[in-house]
Design a protein around this ligand. Structure first.
Ligand code: IMP
Length: 205
């Protein structure tokens, strides 16, 4: 029987990214939550990205019996004391049907920074990836992409806060980078790369 690994997500882009990273390294079938019988997902109630990633991976193992990975990520803005942080996805709390949640979140962050001088617009994307094994062993790896915010949206790639985020050392926003270029420097790409040795050990063990 071939080895299997569950990534606790329904996001096909995240599944593809993990498959791309693992393909040259190990023979493993990567499954997503849509590939296993459905279960009630826990709310992301943790105080940190690591807590939330562990929560999701632990639930995934409990319901699947498979080695499971989960990630949690978000934007930390210096001038907002690290917020939106773990609340990034639902920062605006918007239910306006005519505005996408990403757009409403970006609008709110820009509004909150209206009086902050440009030189204090530092921010970073953070990602925690948790690996939990059926025997209970667990590890979390972190990735960060530092940068600064801009007040006008730029670029059509990516999602979330990408159009107003310029990575350190770049002049373009992360929504102007191709997905391959973004993966190479992104918080998620770094956290996934960092957990690969743990994953190889878990799958071989
Ligand atoms: P999740 O970890 O995929 O649930 O992402 C949490 C939220 O953080 C997303 O809904 C986005 O608002 C934000 N976020 C996380 N990673 C990125 C990124 O790479 N670009 C833009 N926004 C991001």
């Amino acid at each position: 029987m071939s080895r299997q690994l569950l990534l606790a997500t329904r996001n096909p882009k995240k599944l593809e990214e993990l498959k791309r990273i693992l393909a040259p390294l190990i023979e493993v079938e990567v499954l997503g939550l849509d590939d296993i019988p459905p279960y009630e997902e826990v709310p992301e109630s943790g105080a940190t990205f690591s807590d939330n990633a562990l929560l999701k991976a632990t639930e995934a193992v409990k319901h699947s019996g498979l080695i499971s990975l989960a990630d949690d990520s978000g934007l930390a803005v210096d001038a907002l004391n690290g917020m939106p942080g773990v609340l990034s996805a639902r920062w605006s709390g918007s239910t306006r049907p005519e505005v996408s949640r990403d757009d409403a979140n970006v609008d709110l962050v820009l509004e909150q920074l209206a009086d902050t001088p440009d030189e204090r617009l530092g921010a970073a994307f953070h990602c925690a990836v948790a690996l939990v094994r059926p025997d209970g062993a667990r590890v979390v790896r972190l990735g960060v992409m530092a940068g600064r915010l801009i007040r006008e949206r730029r670029g059509g790639n990516g999602f979330g806060y990408d159009p107003i985020f310029v990575p350190a050392g770049y002049e373009v926003s992360s929504a102007e980078l191709s997905s391959a270029d973004k993966d190479a420097i992104s918080h998620r790409g770094k956290a996934l790369q960092a957990i690969v040795p743990d994953l190889l050990a878990a799958l071989d063990g």
